[in-house]
Design a protein around this ligand. Structure first.
Ligand SMILES: Cc1ncc(COP(=O)(O)O)c(C=O)c1O
Length: 458
């Protein structure tokens, strides 16, 4: 495709960028070089149109880090995580983080609990799912039984990574639908979907849709009873993408982790409530027995070999270093303080939203610092998609979406409160939402819907 040669692309100084009319090259690598400052300015300016990450109430991912952590990240982006031999201390920090997480999640013997860092919970979910699939295959083979029809059982509210896992690795997804005011898995229904081909049940801490924790302990107990009745021994993987860094600090009495014998592996996102910038995730297995040997590759490490399990190869060391910094810097008390503050802000904000009048809370940030709310049923002239669009005018990104089966009738907005979102900023959000209400209330009918609107969704 022909591309117009632009004056701007050839600008010699930063000042020229603003003095000459032209367009940056877009679809084809330009023929000539340009001054780095000019290139920087062009790219920097274009990025002004991205949303402001700090106003992004949609994402679970960290949008603020301490300057010291940022400095460490800048110092380590050139270290390749996979080169364990060249960067042994980065590798060592990864191992320490895994040990710390094994302890935090009550592995029976944390020094024997294998794990690894990943690019996020999605990759970690693939690894956890693969390990369960391989263990199921090994057991079936040993018993002389077929291995062609594996399935995985989960709530319909699972994050898309589990649908990906099922599709990419040829595992049949079996999902428990929502019902009434239950927006996540039901232990009995999950157990009823299990059979001899079930590689495992996924329980979520907490749900992406509404921030609620799934009842992991009840799921485990129900599967215990299933085993007593039928002999089926179904393992549980906990997708603690967000909750893995919240529950241990704020809800230590909830036994969702390796304290449950049936929990074989746990993933969490370091870049969510682990408080690291994107992208780092973690997975830890209960013990070596639950990570099949044949999935592990050996890489050089200080002239020795080190086991790795990952889908990717090269990756910057920065996020792992920043995770270790956070653990050392914040300790248990720091994490507890930050997560408690986030949950306090979320609960206060939820109450403020409720007080505005047109909204009804679906959840109240009692688990994750996350809540979902809907427009009251008797209001028919505007909907959640209109509200999402309205607050976007001031830069707030609040997703609006419908729930999956059997609650497709329910459309909500969701707010994720995380580090950097203060009571003050929450006050600004409420003021903006309130300011939009008279206009929304004057509307004759909804302008937007889940399919056609310009509004932001997630
Ligand atoms: C429960 C759950 N699992 C998995 C993921 C995917 O996480 P990541 O973005 O770290 O890949 C998310 C992301 O929101 C999530 O909420």
């Amino acid at each position: 495709m022909a591309v117009k040669k632009t004056k701007r692309a050839g600008a010699a100084s930063v000042g020229d960028v603003f003095a000459e009319v032209g367009r940056a090259p877009r679809r084809r690598i330009p023929d000539d070089e340009m001054d780095p400052e000019v290139a920087y300015q062009i790219v920097h300016d274009e990025l002004m149109l991205d949303g402001n990450a700090r106003l992004n109430l949609a994402t679970f991912v960290s949008t603020w880090m301490e300057p010291q952590a940022q400095r460490l990240m800048a110092e380590t982006f050139d270290k390749n995580m996979i080169n364990k031999d060249e960067y042994p201390q980065t590798a060592e920090m990864e191992m320490r983080c895994i040990d710390m997480l094994g302890r935090l999640w009550h592995a029976p013997d944390p020094d024997d609990a294998p794990g690894c860092s990943t690019t996020g919970s999605s990759e970690a979910a693939m690894l956890g799912g693969l390990a369960m699939k391989r263990r199921w295959q090994d057991a079936r083979r040993a018993a002389g039984k077929p291995i062609d029809r594996p399935n995985i059982v989960m709530g319909i509210n699972v994050q898309v990574c589990w649908e990906k896992f099922a599709r990419y690795w040829d595992v049949e997804p079996r999902t428990v639908p929502m019902e009434g005011d239950r927006f996540h898995i039901d232990p009995d229904e999950a157990a009823a979907l299990c059979d001899e081909n079930t590689i495992g049940v996924v329980a979520i801490l907490g749900s992406t849709y509404d921030g609620s924790y799934e009842p992991v302990a009840k799921v485990c107990r129900t599967l215990d009873r299933l085993q007593e009745r039928t002999g089926l021994d179904v393992p549980v993987h906990v997708d603690a993408a967000s909750g893995g860094f919240v529950a241990p600090f704020l809800d230590p009495d909830i036994e969702w982790d390796f304290r449950q014998d049936r929990v074989v592996s746990i993933n969490a996102s370091g870049h969510k409530y682990g408080l690291v910038a994107p992208g780092v995730g973690w997975i830890v297995w209960r013990d070596e027995e639950h990570l099949p040997e044949e999935l592990i590759f050996q890489v050089n490490y200080l002239g020795d070999v080190m086991p790795t399990f990952a889908l990717n190869f090269s990756r910057p060391g920065s996020q792992v270093v920043a995770q270790y910094y956070n653990f050392v810097r914040l300790g248990f008390a720091g994490y507890r303080r930050i997560q408690q503050y986030a949950r306090d802000v979320a609960q206060d904000l939820a109450r403020e939203v409720e007080r505005l009048g047109p909204f009804e809370l679906v959840t109240r940030a009692e688990d994750l610092p996350v809540f979902a709310f809907k427009v009251r049923d008797d209001i028919t002239n505007f909907n959640v998609f209109d509200v999402s669009d309205a607050v976007r005018e001031r830069g707030w990104q609040v997703p609006a979406y419908t729930f999956p089966a059997n609650r497709e009738d329910l459309a909500v907005l969701r707010v994720v409160v995380k580090r950097g979102f203060t009571h003050d900023v929450a006050g600004l959000f409420i003021a903006d939402l309130k300011r939009q209400l008279p206009r929304l209330e004057r509307q004759a009918e909804p302008h937007d819907d889940a399919e056609h609107g310009a509004g932001f969704r997630h």
